[in-house]
Design a protein around this ligand. Sequence first.
Ligand code: SF4
Length: 500
Amino acid sequence: MNDSCTTQCTGISKEESADKLQTQSGNTNCTRKKIILISPYDLGRQPFALAEPAAIFGQAGYQVKCLDLSQQKLTDGDLASASVIYIYLSMLTATRIASEAMPRIKKMAPSAKIAVFGWYAPVNEKFLRELGVDAVFGGESEEDMLAYAGSITESGEMEQGEHPASRETVVNLSRIDFMVPDRQGLPALDKYAHLVMPDESRRIMGFTETTRGCKHLCRHCPVVPVYQGRFYAVPADIVLEDIRQQVALGAQHISFGDPDFLNGPRHAKRIIEAMHEEFPALTYDAVIKIEHLIKLPDYLPFLRDTGCILVTTAVESVDDKILEHLDKGHSAAEFEQVVGLMSEHNIALAPTFIPFTPWTTLSNYIELLDKIAELKLIMSVNPVQLSLRLLIPSGSRILELPKEETCITDFNPASLGYTWIHRETEVDALQENIRHWTEKAESRNLSRLEIFNGIRQIALKAASREAPDVTADQCGDTVPVHSESWYCCAEPTEQQLASF
Ligand code: SF4
């Protein structure tokens, strides 16, 4: 990392910053200790959540090695001399991959302490400790992670008694000092997911975050059990320096990975204004809630004029009762309103869905497909979205609903989620058939329209109905897409797990 950047962005000198971090770590003799930061999987993006703590540990004087298992393999050489290994669990898929990798990690680094952090760490504490995890962190965890590393000797022993994270999850929900992420130890940006434009040209994507956590409490969301309706801004100068360094590394497009980009609209605006002024050709995309797109209509021309070409929005359903169960904060009519607003402002929309829930019926599933066709969104919806099944992880607010409504049977440690079985066996069978068809069709590189029509025919047949296929002139415009699918609130697909 560029030293002058650190000085500029933290507002203190490098020496002062290093002293402060060494004091926070509780150990001023940490230069020989090696920290490994592992990301099992982060939706094909270069993980901000490794690069940012890498900068903090590096500045505190540790040797730091980042390993992104979506790109790199575990090796004895890297792990053998580690004092602490931190594994980032951002999503269920990452947690499942980490659990598979754990025996190898422990064998390769028998004396290292193993710690986990990220949304899925606190809610899976019991399972993770049974696997041999020594410490669990949640929320704004970098400073706690640093203090934990400071309490471990080079040979992996505790220096002064037991650290609290060894006994129970340490969740910090107060503001921390961020640093400009250190991305040097990660694979090059062009190895990660690209943005694929409608003309099939590709743009190298950078990835950063302007906030962490979320101020909303959607019932199915994995952010909620940890952040409990809070979010934290990453200082604008840190975000801008991170964008600057990614542009220097080749980024032509920035994907903002905040759970919701407009949780702090003025903060987002300040960053975008400065980014656009410095890099007028840079495009970007963000995840924005329907409620925010409706309540902040003045932002849409601003987003468009500053290079926003794609907004991902979690629609989940077009059935108002299901939206109420999920406590999504929008209605089906508001989704349609947003489709109109985005088209008016010439910003592509990528709606995401959780079509299979305990409240899905054959007819409301077909209504969802019809609505997507009616709104000319077939090219905007990643087909895998139409096969996803509601995930109910530990800590989910879905557990607040009566058991008879959610159809939950028990907790399945193998899938790290609660098993639910639909009252109507044909709905579960439909989901299985659609999942199977979508995976097969994608492996054959069928178009979104062909996959959509295949899905629709399967659903119509299940309901003993017939209807003609949707034609190419009804499917809407091709939109920019990430070359790796975006979804986090659903169970991982077989294909996704098999690739690891
Ligand atoms: S689903 Fe999105 S808006 Fe809702 S709580 Fe989660 S991150 Fe926030």
